[in-house]
Design a protein. Structure first.
Length: 112
């Protein structure tokens, strides 16, 4: 299931850590007010481990990819594959933004 949520970066959380450090996080979510709110929104049980990866466009973090393994005792074996895949997302994101800007520019040129 895919969900979208906004998470404040004003309070300590793994989301704030990932955004500030611009690096991924794999492990159990520490108990902080923000992390605990996210856990409550995602389901009734705290995941044993979570994966978070910043998605950057230029020098700005624009999204954080989040996944967890539910209540399993450990993260699945495919985490390294997920890291490799996730590292390709920023370049793809930038290509999509560039294509959108180009299409918007053509649209404005036709109208004007």
């Amino acid at each position: 299931m895919i969900r979208t949520m906004l998470v404040s970066l004003r309070e300590p959380s793994v989301f704030k850590l990932v955004c500030e450090a611009r690096c991924h996080f794999v492990g159990p979510l520490p108990s902080t007010p923000t992390n605990d709110r996210v856990v409550r929104l995602l389901g009734p049980l705290r995941p044993a481990a979570a994966f978070l990866m910043p998605i950057c466009a230029g020098d700005k973090v624009v999204n954080v990819l989040y996944g967890d393994c539910g209540v399993q005792a450990r993260a699945p074996d495919g985490v390294s594959d997920l890291l490799l895949l996730a590292m390709k997302i920023p370049a793809t994101f930038e290509r999509l933004v560039a294509a959108r800007r180009k299409a918007d520019a053509r649209s404005v040129a036709r109208v004007g």
